[in-house]
Design a protein around this ligand. Structure first.
Ligand SMILES: *[C@@H]1O[C@H](CO)[C@@H](O)[C@H](O)[C@H]1NC(C)=O
Ligand SMILES: *[C@@H]1O[C@H](CO)[C@@H](O)[C@H](O)[C@H]1NC(C)=O
Ligand SMILES: *[C@@H]1O[C@H](CO)[C@@H](O)[C@H](O)[C@H]1NC(C)=O
Length: 415
């Protein structure tokens, strides 16, 4: 066995571990054929969502991330740079990251080229470089009603320097990319568990939300309710955006209070990286003006609490099952369904007596930027089903309408 040079430790691979890097098809002896369930927690400080997916330690969920990445112990196995997973790990290149090729020479074996991946931290807007390795993904398998038993499997992931954890929630050890790449989490669960390449995401506003990789079924308490994944409010095609990994849909327009304010087609992205839905400046202006007009009679709080522009005295807004009684916003989607945003997803409570219209102007318009990026707050308590096989997004609409929430999965292990 090769001696490890102390100076080379952080990137070193010991030959004893190479056998751990069997192609993933050969390594899948644990596939139980059942979807995996994980709890989701919202971090109050960063407003990011995490799940205990790496050795039961939290990874930040990133709908736009093409990779899983985490810090690694000094000794870890690494992939060779001509391995096919290395090519998949390079299918998206992080912004501002030098193009250093697919690998570097292995210090311990001059004939071996180690795969270097480029993990990206979108919250700190920083990219790093690290070996492509395997980490242990942990979750429970599920019948859709309860967790059944713990499951773990080795997943392809990039190592990242410790500094890349900047701006992640305290305790988070990396990021779980949920985008549609072959080395993102959903595709890897699909191969390991032999389940469909789709996942159901139910982000919580508090308490524990739930994600099911493999799709469904998904039952939320109270008992006796139908499977939410088969009683969706609508579906719409998922669209590719060659410039950006992640999920995109197309809208025919946006309406406020049933009146169309923005004609389409509009590219709409979904992002767990941003706390509130962002609209491109040209879309934001008319949209906020329309909501302002539709709420002209309501008592305002000025100045508005940044980053919002319209704030109201929440004691006078009136409440419904679906949140504050405010005009509804319709994203009129390709295919004919509407993603309707009710008060529960449009009004952000900023203090005891103030609620603000929770949409913001896009600060930075990157190349190929969509017109709208639906952020975390607007997705909370809505079940979303990202179906890579059908290239389709399904959505439940606000679960309050069914007298339940994303925090109502029964996480008690089934007897
Ligand atoms: C599996 O489910 C049990 C019961 O809810 C929970 O305590 C445990 O943390 C879960 N394991 C993982 C890795 O999520
Ligand atoms: C979608 O929303 C628009 C605007 O509010 C409305 O005119 C239309 O009837 C809605 N369509 C459906 C199918 O609900
Ligand atoms: C949650 O699941 C456990 C295990 O199946 C069951 O005993 C319990 O009654 C369930 N809780 C509710 C509120 O249904």
């Amino acid at each position: 066995m090769a001696q490890l040079k102390p100076a080379a430790l952080p990137l070193a691979v010991s030959l004893c571990c190479l056998s751990a890097l069997l192609p993933w098809s050969a390594a899948a002896s644990y596939g139980g054929g059942k979807p995996l369930v994980t709890a989701i927690t919202k971090d109050a400080a960063t407003k990011l969502y995490t799940a205990p997916l790496k050795d039961s330690r939290p990874l930040v969920l990133d709908l736009s991330g093409p990779l899983i990445w985490s810090t690694c112990p000094p000794k870890h196995p690494s992939f060779e740079c001509h391995h096919h997973v290395c090519a998949h790990a390079h299918s998206y290149h992080p912004p501002d990251c030098p193009r250093t090729g697919h690998g570097v020479a292995d210090e311990d074996d001059p004939f071996r080229c180690k795969c270097t991946a480029h993990p990206y931290n979108p919250f700190a807007r920083k990219a790093g470089s690290g070996d492509l390795t395997r980490v242990t993904v942990t979750a429970n398998d599920t019948d859709g009603k309860n967790p059944l038993r713990p499951v773990s499997f080795p997943a392809v992931a990039a190592c990242a320097p410790h500094s890349l954890l900047a701006k992640l929630p305290a305790g988070a050890v990396g990021v779980a990319g949920l985008a549609s790449s072959r080395v993102a989490l959903p595709a890897q669960v699909s191969r390991a568990q032999k389940v469909a390449n789709k996942f159901a995401l139910c982000l919580p506003s508090g308490g524990q939300g739930v994600a099911i990789f493999g799709g469904g079924p998904l039952f939320l308490l109270p008992p006796g309710r139908p499977d939410v994944t088969t009683t969706l409010a609508g579906t719409t095609p998922l669209r590719r955006n060659p410039a950006l990994p992640g999920y995109f849909i197309s809208a025919r327009g946006i309406a406020v209070n049933q009146g169309q304010v923005q004609p389409g087609p509009l590219v709409v992205g979904l992002s767990s990286r941003v706390p509130y839905t962002e609209l491109r400046a040209d879309v934001y202006g008319p949209f906020v003006k329309a909501f302002d007009r539709a709420t002209a009679e309501r008592k305002r709080v000025t100045p508005a609490a940044a980053p919002f522009e319209l704030c109201y005295d929440s004691r006078e807004l009136g409440s419904t099952r679906l949140g504050y009684a405010v005009p509804q916003v319709d994203l009129m989607l390709e295919g004919g369904a509407n993603w309707t945003v009710f008060g529960g997803n449009s009004m952000v409570q900023v203090d005891d007596n103030t609620a603000c219209f929770g949409f913001v102007r896009m600060a930075r318009e990157e190349k190929g930027a969509p017109a709208v990026v639906i952020g975390g707050f607007q997705m909370e308590n809505n079940l979303l089903v990202f179906d890579e096989e059908k290239r389709q997004l399904g959505f439940s609409s606000l679960l309050f309408g069914r007298q339940t929430t994303c925090s109502n999965f029964n996480f008690t292990l089934a007897a």
